[in-house]
Design a protein around this ligand. Structure first.
Ligand code: AMP
Ligand code: MG
Length: 343
């Protein structure tokens, strides 16, 4: 916020105050709300001025389109057209849930919501608070993650309060997000479909429903992939590879930094934690429990900033299957420096 910008009064609402939140959405305001993936920052997806407030509050680049959240198939038909059979198969299997699908957009959706594309990203969230907010508002709600652009996504109400107080109209506090990573994004506007972003619904589950798909992660087709994401402000180094060599490399790095008089923080697996000596440590979870690791990842990335350290080291040894795919994807985007060892 520049010093000339007026600070908004941000209401902190309980889940019992959905009607108040819906009134704010209907009158063109911005409301952060929990979903099963991460907290979203919502506004009426069909109201250009309301959506502009999301971009302003987050400092989000204008060409990065938003996901439109819906609560019914009727709402789907308000925003999308030419919906292929595969889309219905996926919706029947996984909605409500952590799957965003890209479809042909109807003209009613303003350019600001779609980043000027002729397609629209749609999702039905699996969270009662989110669904009642959309229902009560009576409009589809555009909602990117409720963080300042580039920062780790918020998985707790406190994260949103920290990033966006004074910049948005209200926050509905609804506890911790169940999954803790964003939705999987699939483009269904051509055949075969392509995976644009790994996320809360695993590629394995999608393939078991519709067969093989293209994996074109980081393609220019998904504008969001061009930007820095999920990064702590503190310098962060990701150490990738087999667990054993990665562990000794991490220990060596930590010692080198500490010899220079720097304070070092580490985000590590439960298995490696006892062998890591540093100034502040966050245990993500077991390499055998990728769901737990995924759920704690963004809190871990925020911890590096909160711990008052000069440098952070992240252990990147999670197997790239199921949730491991999105864990490694987010870690690689968060860390500007990478060390790959043990190959
Ligand atoms: P976020 O809501 O910030 O978690 O990000 C939404 C993701 O969906 C970003 O990576 C966007 O680039 C992507 N996305 C949204 N709409 C579209 C679209 N119409 N075509 C391709 N990707 C999209
Ligand atoms: Mg985001």
């Amino acid at each position: 916020m520049t010093k000339f910008e007026l600070k908004k009064i941000t209401l902190i609402l309980s889940p019992g105050e959905i009607k108040k939140a819906a009134e704010i959405i209907r009158s063109g305001g911005t409301v952060a709300f929990p979903t099963e993936t991460v907290y979203g920052l919502g506004a009426n997806a069909l109201d250009e001025d309301a959506v502009a407030k999301i971009f302003h509050a987050k400092r989000r680049p204008a060409d990065n389109p938003l996901i439109v959240h819906i609560s019914s198939r009727e709402m789907l038909n308000m925003v999308a057209m030419d919906i292929p059979a595969l889309a219905f198969k996926l919706m029947d299997a996984f909605w409500p849930g952590a799957l965003t699908i890209i479809l042909k957009s109807k003209d009613i959706v303003p350019d600001i919501t779609t980043g000027g594309l002729d397609t629209v990203a749609v999702r039905m969230p699996d969270n009662e608070i989110a669904i009642s907010l959309i229902n009560e508002s009576g409009v589809p709600i555009a909602a990117p993650s409720a963080n300042i652009s580039g920062r780790p996504s918020p998985t707790k109400a406190e994260h949103v309060i920290k990033d966006l107080t004074g910049r948005i109209d209200a926050i509905i506090t609804g506890g911790d997000c169940r999954l803790g990573v964003e939705s999987t994004v699939i483009d269904l506007t051509h055949s075969p479909p392509s995976l644009l972003r790994p996320g809360g619904l695993s590629l394995e589950e999608i393939i078991s429903c519709i067969g093989e798909i293209n994996v074109v992660e980081d393609s220019v087709k998904s504008p969001g992939m061009r930007y820095t994401h999920y990064s702590p402000k503190t310098r962060l180094i990701l150490v990738e590879g087999e667990q054993k060599p990665a562990l000794s490399r991490m220990s060596r790095l930590i010692n080198e930094f500490r010899e220079q008089g720097l304070r070092v923080g580490a985000i590590v697996s439960r298995e490696s934690s006892p062998s890591i000596e540093c100034d502040a440590k966050y245990v993500l979870g077991s390499v055998d429990d990728l769901k737990e690791v995924a759920g704690r990842l963004f809190s871990g990335l925020r911890f590096i900033d909160e711990a008052g350290v000069d440098v952070g080291i992240a252990e990147g040894v999670f197997p790239e299957k199921r949730e491991g795919r999105e864990i490694m994807n987010r870690l690689r985007k968060a860390a500007k420096e990478k060390v790959i060892c043990g190959q």
